[in-house]
Design a protein around this ligand. Structure first.
Ligand SMILES: [Zn+2]
Length: 294
């Protein structure tokens, strides 16, 4: 692909990304306005603790959606640092004397373990997962955690609104009779129910997929690589094991940088920047705690 084609691809994805971020912001705003316009009047007819409880839950979930989305957009996935190798060492690798290191011809860099070249941004990305138009960037080492938090808050927020607006939706389609004391706008609640149900179904597939990847310590790219390696090993009577898989709980704690005694759900409140450098990773089969490529 020549430079003009690369530039057109880059421009197309960046424009699509700006549109997608605008659409996501519009959807979140629609849900917030819709909730206060259609469901809030119903809450006002209920006892005060019921009203406050609902407002706390909604504020927490919508706050989580907005903050995690902000974090995932603002956090760069992580690029390969310069100076991983000396010129002499790189020349040896180029000439084929050393097979130990992964090398990116496009960037002229040594690729650390788990990093891959992204054709949209034209850079090598640390622990690259995929290019996501919804964040207009790659999901990689530093922002994958926020991406999973965003998916979780989206699903929880949508589930909450779906559960709240389901009875008024049934009234709107004529399945239930309207309550004489309720002042809900059934039609608006019905629209809100459909928007959130569609979002819930679409996002939950992504959430399940990325939760599975986190629990098995793989990226989407590695999943397909590991699948091929597993098939090769099966054909040759060998047993393949992902060298980064430390067990579900350890993988989860490592991914979100939780402490050993922390509850699994604490990931929802942990918005700290990842401290791991993305160059070294703990390996199960390694005698050392981590394998350094330097
Ligand atoms: Zn590269």
């Amino acid at each position: 692909m020549n430079w003009s084609c690369k530039f057109i691809v880059f421009l197309f994805f960046k424009s699509l990304g700006i549109f997608a971020i605008g659409l996501a912001t519009f959807l979140v705003s629609t849900v917030v306005v819709g909730y206060y316009k259609s469901y809030y009047p119903f809450l006002l007819t209920k006892p005060f603790p019921f009203l406050v409880g609902h407002l706390i839950i909604f504020s927490w979930l919508i706050g989580g959606v907005i903050y995690s989305y902000y974090k995932v957009i603002r956090t760069k996935p992580g690029s390969v640092p310069l100076g991983l190798k000396t010129t002499g060492q790189i020349n040896r690798i180029k000439q084929g004397y050393s097979k130990k290191y992964r090398y990116c011809k496009k960037c002229d860099y040594i690729k650390p373990p788990r990093s891959h070249h992204d054709s949209v941004t034209g850079k090598c990305v640390l622990k690259m997962d995929h290019y996501c138009v919804w964040i207009n960037d790659c999901v990689g080492h530093y922002n994958h955690k926020f991406f999973l938090q965003f998916l979780t808050y989206c699903c929880l927020g949508c589930l909450y609104v779906v559960l709240c607006t389901f009875p008024p939706f049934l009234v709107d389609i004529g399945f239930l009779k309207p309550s004489s004391t309720s002042n809900q706008n059934y039609e608006k609640c019905g629209i809100l129910f459909i928007i959130c149900l569609v979002c819930l179904i679409s996002v939950s597939f992504l959430l399940f997929w990325h939760t599975y990847l986190t629990l098995t310590n793989q990226t989407t790219i590695e999943y397909y690589e590991n699948k091929e390696r597993k098939a090769y090993c099966n054909e040759n009577g060998l047993i393949y094991k992902n060298e980064y898989d430390m067990g579900k709980r350890n993988n989860w704690n490592w991914f979100f940088e939780l402490k050993e005694n922390d509850s699994w759900w604490k990931f929802l409140f942990n918005f700290k920047t990842i401290s791991n450098d993305g160059i070294t990773y703990p390996r199960v089969n390694s005698t050392k705690k981590s394998e350094n490529i330097l």
